[in-house]
Design a protein around this ligand. Sequence first.
Ligand SMILES: Nc1ncnc2c1ncn2[C@@H]1O[C@H](COP(=O)(O)OP(=O)(O)OP(=O)(O)O)[C@@H](O)[C@H]1O
Ligand SMILES: [Mg+2]
Length: 261
Amino acid sequence: MKASHLKIEDLHVAIDGKEILKGVNLEIKGGEIHAVMGPNGTGKSTLASALMGHPTYEVTSGSVTLDGEDVLEMEVNERAQAGMFLAMQYPSEISGVTNSDFLRSAINSRREEGDEISLMKFIRQLDAQMGLLEMPGEMAHRYLNEGFSGGEKKRNEILQMTMLKPAIAILDEIDSGLDIDALKVVAKGVNEMRSPEFGCLIITHYQRLLNYIEPDFIHIMMGGKIVMSGGKELAHRLEAEGYDWVKKELGIEEVEIETKA
Ligand SMILES: Nc1ncnc2c1ncn2[C@@H]1O[C@H](COP(=O)(O)OP(=O)(O)OP(=O)(O)O)[C@@H](O)[C@H]1O
Ligand SMILES: [Mg+2]
């Protein structure tokens, strides 16, 4: 069975020697959907990038394991092979590589040599998933994200997720820039993935997405730490009241929020 138990313990991450994450603890098990919310610049995307092994983000201490395997020891491609997936807040455009070629090689890179997916099977799956996500077929043949609208890029990230079937998906602001219909489509893609072999971390600013994807847990990140965890009622309270009450509740006058000096 595929791995799907991600455990993050006391994770500290620095960028250019400056500490951004200051001890993050989070456990995501198969079947669970977690949402992380928090003010701008508190380290949510930093957490996502560090988990995927982006070289800019230096893990200074702590541990991350996927079904007991040390993720921090793995190269970026090994993390993907182990079943980790990141939908980026700002997906990159790759000219000269079609969406379809990209997806096929991504799928094959997770399979043994000699066990590559057949072209027929790939096309069948791609057609089915693009249908589910209500994407026009021609998008398969366009260069990856090139000239895609903001919402099309987000939908395309979800297409990658549904095709790659990761064990753990981290979705960084997958809802930003989506129109209402696209929001529902993206949610449908995530909900289709729900299974005991799939765990999901959704980073979002708005409760709205969580109307369509029901999270099991919500975590609030402030100043590079998860300062509060609870159920979906937390998202409703944040939407209504912002973040000030969190500080009051925790008895913190000022949470140090890192901004570029
Ligand atoms: N590559 C980088 N180089 C320099 N500073 C960075 C880099 N990535 C992140 N930072 C800094 O780290 C801090 C946390 O950024 P991060 O992108 O993780 O925030 P975030 O919580 O995702 O915010 P948002 O809600 O705006 O997306 C910010 O102060 C940011 O400027
Ligand atoms: Mg971010």
